[in-house]
Design a protein around this ligand. Structure first.
Ligand code: PEP
Ligand code: MN
Length: 333
């Protein structure tokens, strides 16, 4: 929402600016022209319009409508998210989502579900359809893997979150999953967002690797507008300049969504760093920044993983993440 404050002809902008700042507003003067006044900068807290109008010299307060009303509407609320809702101020332990990068077989799905459940995860993750940079890389086992994931999750009392890669895939993925995942590469695939939203399920919406926060929120608006039961935002790192880590984890955006906007946000430190040695500290940092949970990749034999082996935790690594998550219980905003 954009807010502009205009001044009456002849009004002195100096005292008006001081009075507006005293109300807590961050204001920037509009460039000099016939209509003098201020724009209200985004970090400003909400202030009652009557208080602004009461400032000597203020002629009018102009506000554009919200640009993502449905996302705004879920602010501060618990959002459906499979077995346990996601939301700020629930006072519950943070959510843990865990599983392999890709679902490799029924047996490994069962093993992963058993380990994830033992460590307190609520959702089992794993890709049946993998978005790979190279067409020659493993693309996922497809439809059979959806069945393996569902069967394994059911056997261990877990929900399923898995990526939907195409419009054609929405129906089978929605049939198998409690939560649809929109991957980073598809955050602005608007046809897919509409189709995924129409499934009426909750969606885990990954941030594209070069998307602004506003673009991310607008992608969430597409999903909610199409009928998604709720949107949980997932920060998974943006493109950085330094190859030391796979991506650059934007914890500022996490804090902004959680604390300023009241949105449920999950952090994926696995894709954010590409390094298993950084996942525990960044999971803890994510929760301290206001994330309602973390999503991590693990594999019984990381060296043998068909995708993303370097970032896969082994079972002991997952135990360490789970301990960090438990230690942060109650820290969510
Ligand atoms: C994933 O979580 O399986 C994945 C492919 O992640 P991203 O879309 O963040 O790259
Ligand atoms: Mn992966």
């Amino acid at each position: 929402m954009t807010t502009l404050i205009t001044l009456a002809p002849g009004a002195d902008p100096g005292p008006a600016a001081r009075a507006l700042k005293a109300l807590g507003l961050w204001v920037t003067p509009l460039s000099d022209g016939p209509q003098r006044g201020f724009s209200v900068d985004p970090p400003s807290p909400p202030v009652a319009l009557d208080l602004i109008r009461g400032v000597p010299g203020v002629a009018a307060v102009l506000q554009s409508g919200p640009i993502h009303p449905k996302v705004d509407g879920q602010a501060g609320r618990a959002v459906p998210f499979g077995p346990r809702p996601a939301g700020p101020a629930l006072g519950a332990a943070p959510l843990l989502i865990a599983g392999p990068c890709s679902v490799e077989s029924l047996a490994t799905a069962h093993a992963a579900a058993a380990t994830a459940a033992a460590h307190g995860a609520t959702l089992l993750r794993g890709g049946a359809y993998k978005p790979r940079s190279s067409p020659y890389s493993f693309q996922g086992h497809g439809a059979p893997a959806l069945g393996w994931l569902r069967e394994a999750a059911d056997a261990h009392g877990l929900g399923v979150v898995t990526e939907v890669l195409s419009e054609d895939g929405v129906a089978p993925v929605a049939h198998a999953a409690d939560v649809l995942q929109i991957g980073s590469r598809n955050m602005q695939n608007f046809a897919l967002l509409k189709a995924a939203g129409r499934a009426g399920k909750p969606v885990l919406l990954k941030r594209a690797m070069a998307a602004t926060v506003e673009e991310w929120l607008l992608a969430g608006e597409y999903l909610l507008d199409a009928g998604a039961a709720g949107v949980v935002f997932c920060e998974r790192g943006v493109k950085g300049f330094d190859a030391s880590t796979r991506n650059l984890l934007d914890l500022g955006a996490v804090a902004l969504l959680a604390h300023s906007l009241g949105q449920p946000v999950i952090v994926d430190p696995s894709h954010a760093t590409g390094r298993r040695d950084l996942i525990v500290p960044l999971a803890a940092a994510a929760l301290a920044a206001g994330a309602v949970g973390v999503m991590v990749e693990f594999h019984p034999d990381p060296g043998g993983a068909l995708s993303d082996g370097p970032q896969a935790l082994d079972d002991a690594g997952l135990a360490a993440v789970a301990a960090a998550v438990r230690a942060c219980a109650g820290d969510a905003p």
